[in-house]
Each structure stands twice: as structure tokens, then as C-alpha cells.
Design a protein around this ligand. Structure first.
Ligand code: CUA
Length: 155
């Protein structure tokens, strides 16, 4: 093989990969509905504490076996810092921060969000096994970052 045909195959490979990436992007945004947060996902961090649903952080039942946990993050705590749900509950975690960037990771689950001032983060997860999970802040948010945690108790 001469050098020119190597070059051509690399170009072809590049073109194929590009098409694959575009197809994957199209599938993610149109078929799976994954997209950036829109207007409804915005909140003013200055007044978030007074804005529903963050004026009443906590857990509420939204249906048969479904719950919404509204969580307010600030340096250096989660409000509420303890959530108790029955085993098998489908919990939608809705969270925001009133000051700096915080993280919200529920250990042992795929719940892992970045809380950005001005944005509402939301994820739904079903807790199938009884047990305890820590809620950890995983974005460095200041001197007491390491003390910022909470708990999900599945009973
Ligand atoms: Cu909040 Cu680190």
C-alpha cells in the first residue's frame, strides 16, 4: 500500500465517524429527548428560597409510589438533609442552589447532578433496595465542602 491510499482510508474513517456521531446526537435529542434545560429550568438564585417549590423543601407524595424531593443546596448544607422513602419508590429529585455551584450525588445510584446557580436540576430514580445512601456534594464549594452531605433512607 502506498502512502496515498493510507491517507484516503483515514479520510474515509473520519467521514464515517462523523456520520456516526451525528446519528448518535440526533438519536439522543429526538428519540430520547435529551436536551439542555429550557426556560422552565431557570430560577433566580437570589429569590429561590421564596419561589415554589423551593419555598418548602422536602419530600411530598405525588402518586401511588411516586414522590418528589425538593432540595435546596447552599454552603454548606442540603435542605432537607434526610429523605425517607418506602422501598420501591420512584423519587424525582428537584434541586437548585442559592449561592455557588454544588454537586448532588446519591451514593450507590446513578443520581449525580451539578447544581448551578440559576438552574433547576431534576432526575428521577427508583429506590428498589432498602438501605441508606449518602447525599454528597461533589463540587468543591468552599472551606466546609467536606461537611456538606445528607442521607436517603429507603425503608
Ligand atoms: Cu457544596 Cu461542595
Amino acid at each position: 500500500m502506498n502512502i496515498l491510499s493510507y491517507e484516503k482510508s483515514f479520510l474515509a474513517l473520519g467521514a464515517v465517524l462523523l456520520v456516526c456521531c451525528l446519528l448518535a446526537l440526533g438519536y439522543a435529542s429526538f428519540a430520547m429527548g435529551i436536551h439542555l434545560p429550557g426556560e422552565e429550568g431557570l430560577i433566580d438564585p437570589e429569590t429561590a428560597r421564596e419561589t415554589p417549590p423551593f419555598d418548602a423543601p422536602g419530600l411530598r407524595q405525588t402518586g401511588d409510589g411516586t414522590y418528589e424531593a425538593v432540595i435546596l443546596a447552599s454552603a454548606w448544607k442540603f435542605e432537607p438533609n434526610e429523605i425517607r422513602v418506602p422501598t420501591g419508590s420512584e423519587v424525582t429529585l428537584t434541586a437548585t442552589t442559592v449561592d455557588v455551584i454544588h454537586g448532588l450525588h446519591v451514593t450507590g445510584t446513578r443520581v449525580n447532578m451539578m447544581l448551578i446557580p440559576g438552574q433547576i436540576a431534576r432526575v428521577t430514580y427508583t429506590f428498589r433496595q432498602p438501605g441508606e445512601h449518602l447525599i454528597l456534594c461533589h463540587e468543591y464549594c468552599g472551606i466546609n465542602h467536606h461537611t456538606m452531605f445528607g442521607k436517603v433512607i429507603v425503608e
